[in-house]
Design a protein around this ligand. Structure first.
Ligand code: TRP
Length: 322
């Protein structure tokens, strides 16, 4: 593949296995297979519509950066930056506001959900309401062809296309590139309680928690009252998680046949998870302890990103007569 890839990650929450298997690793794989330019950025301004805590936002930004670096994002090959460092994005946002029908924003899922919940939109801030416009500016600024996202973001990419198309149509020029979504992963990752792994369900396996905390959480996986010697089925959460973490086949067969009890199987799963995460936890610890290094990486990325964004902005302004 030889495409311009771009994706943004909001700095909120503690990264967990669902994020890793569902988004981070597929994204890094895709980038590694791409011969074109890739951009990954931390969408800290997007986080602002909800987060109003400076220390939290600062910490989470470093944590997201360190997480991506831990799992193999190579900043010498990918342009990696903070959204807030690219002031051109906010200028582009202002320009494209004029090509964005209010009705388009009224149909955005996140906004509609709040409207339906509250019966009015009095408490919706304009950051949330115009979230898709900022996201459009993120994408158009870098001339992205492909935007890897989860299914929940598909509508935002469609909106980006609509806005780019409106701009191009009015001025009868192909100034803005129309992006396409790339839905990487539709199956959700199983959480500890059998539902989709999600922070909001409290059923996550966090990537950078301690071994002890990880073990404790895994020991609480709900199971039925079968005895160790009873035959077990392969449709339980415990079994599926063992499979997901690639516990050896021999062990799984023995478990199903009644050779292993739930308690021991959970211990085995906890060990497997901790062993898998150990090298990453060590790498992460080193990275997160050197914030100056992270700043340097993100600042270098910002310089590169701004070159491209300022060229897009220049072309837009010229087209508009500004
Ligand atoms: N809205 C995305 C999310 O919540 C994050 C994001 C912001 C993004 N800007 C983007 C993703 C641009 C892709 C492209 O996950």
């Amino acid at each position: 593949m030889n495409k311009t890839l771009l994706t943004g990650v909001k700095p909120t929450g503690n990264p967990h296995i669902g994020n890793l298997f569902g988004a981070i690793l597929p994204m890094i794989n895709l980038i590694n297979q791409n011969d074109g330019q890739s951009f990954v950025f931390i969408a800290n301004i997007h986080a602002l519509n909800g987060v109003k805590d400076a220390e939290f936002l600062r910490d989470k930004t470093y944590e997201v950066a360190a997480t991506f670096l831990t799992f193999g994002l190579d900043p010498t090959k990918t342009i990696f930056y903070r959204q807030s460092d690219i002031s051109e994005i906010f200028e582009i946002t202002s320009l494209i506001m004029n090509f964005t029908p209010k009705g388009l924003m009224n149909r955005a899922h996140a906004y509609k959900a709040i409207l339906e919940r509250d019966g009015n939109d009095d408490n919706v801030n304009m950051g949330l309401y115009t979230y898709p416009v900022l996201m459009t500016a993120d994408i158009l600024a870098m001339n992205a062809d492909i935007v890897p996202v989860g299914l929940d973001q598909k509508q935002h990419i469609e909106i980006a296309r609509d806005i780019a198309n409106a701009f191009n149509s009015v001025y009868k020029k192909d100034i803005l590139k129309l992006p396409e979504e790339f839905i990487q992963y539709q199956d959700s990752i199983l959480g500890l309680d059998g539902r989709k792994m999600s922070k909001s369900y409290g059923n996550t396996i966090e990537l950078f928690a301690s071994e002890e905390d990880t073990r404790k959480k895994i020991m609480k996986i709900p199971t039925d009252s079968l005895l160790p010697a009873d035959k077990k089925t392969d449709d339980s959460t415990l079994y599926k998680l063992m499979k997901m973490f690639k516990v050896e086949d021999d062990y799984l067969q023995n478990y199903l046949a009644g050779g292993i009890g739930y308690g021991d199987a959970k211990k085995k799963l906890a060990e497997t998870v901790n062993t898998y995460l150990l090298p990453y936890r060590e790498k992460y610890k080193i990275l997160i302890s050197d914030k100056a290094k992270i700043d340097e990486i993100l600042n270098t990325g910002a310089v590169e990103a701004r070159k491209i964004a300022s060229s897009t902005l220049y072309n837009m302004k010229k087209t508009l007569g500004l």
